[in-house]
Design a protein around this ligand. Structure first.
Ligand code: 5RP
Length: 298
């Protein structure tokens, strides 16, 4: 029986303290439901509003990739430094410790390998499996201007509908075909289409000219894609410029796991993204951590 005797009187109403309604720290997400916001908060740190996402999903279309041959050996030790991990469900279930408590952004589109037309993707994960895995978001490639443009956008909208039903955000990934011009005009088009059609955040490439117009015209957060491996200082500079010009963080793969010192690199990227550390200073930090092998280990 419930113990209802001698209940303490209520009295602490804090009548002079205005109720905290609370605006949410993720751009464009204030009107979303609690579950969706909770998942977004596992990706975007409430303190800075930004994220360092580690992308290791490359195997979904290109098989084992340099640096990802043994995810258990090379990637698991980096997880402590990642706000979120972008990966496939195969790697998540087989190799990522279930105790990993930060965000997981699940690759949810796929189909063609590097041997075929890459834009011919379909949805590759049921939303029910995404919730079973308790992921923070699902990611879908969108090929604006590509051969299977409409199909890939349809993949996005179907995932957005499913995500809204289950409280799972969708990250639209703007994929650029070999023949497409990578400029601000193209990325404004592609990112805005993703956001207009319901993506809660968008991954896109950095461009040196007018990137701030890409972030400004997109009503949801933009996360900068890493792209091919660059010298560490260049990658840190690109990350610094992207966040200074409005990106809500990075989703980097090869520039971290193909670095000479991945643990040092992800920590340096973290300082750039969350603290706006200048690239040169972050590079010094990278070199120090590399020398001292700091942060290496699970
Ligand atoms: C391509 C992807 C990738 O699969 C991956 O996440 C790319 O990472 P990076 O280019 O930083 O190595 O999303 O668009």
């Amino acid at each position: 029986m419930a113990d209802t005797d001698n209940l303490k009187d209520t009295k602490d109403y804090y009548l002079d303290v205005p109720a905290k309604g609370g605006s949410f720290h993720v751009k464009g997400a204030s009107a979303l439901d609690w579950g969706m916001q909770n998942r977004l908060a596992r990706v975007f740190r409430p303190g800075s509003g930004r994220t360092v996402m580690l992308a290791i999903d490359h195997g979904y279309f290109q098989g084992p990739t340099a640096g990802l041959e043994r995810v258990d050996v090379t990637i698991v030790p980096l997880l402590a430094h990642a706000d979120a991990l972008m990966c496939t469900r195969g790697i998540l279930r087989t190799t990522i410790p279930a105790a990993f408590a930060n965000g997981v952004v699940l690759r949810a589109s796929g189909g063609p390998s590097i041997l075929k037309e890459l834009s011919n993707e379909q949805i590759a994960v049921d939303i029910e499996d995404a919730t079973r895995l308790n992921v923070s978001a699902v990611a879908v490639q969108v090929f604006v201007g590509g051969e299977f443009e409409t199909q890939s956008i349809h993949n996005l909208t179907r995932l957005v509908d499913a995500g809204l039903r289950h409280g799972v955000p969708v990250m639209g990934v703007t994929a650029v075909g070999k023949d497409m011009v990578r400029d601000a005009r193209y990325f404004r088009l592609a990112t805005r289409i993703c956001a207009e059609l319901g993506a809660q955040f968008v991954k896109t490439y950095y461009v040196a000219e007018d990137f701030e117009t890409v972030t400004a015209s997109c009503p949801v957060p933009i996360v900068m894609a890493g792209g091919k491996k660059l010298p560490e200082l260049d990658a840190l500079t690109m990350a610094y410029r992207a966040v200074s010009e409005g990106a809500a963080g990075v989703d980097m793969g090869r520039n971290i796991f193909q670095s000479d010192a991945p643990a040092a690199m992800i920590q340096a990227v973290g300082r750039v993204v969350h603290e706006r550390m200048k690239p040169e200073q972050a590079y010094d930090l990278y070199q120090t951590l590399k020398r001292e092998k700091v942060g290496v280990g699970a």
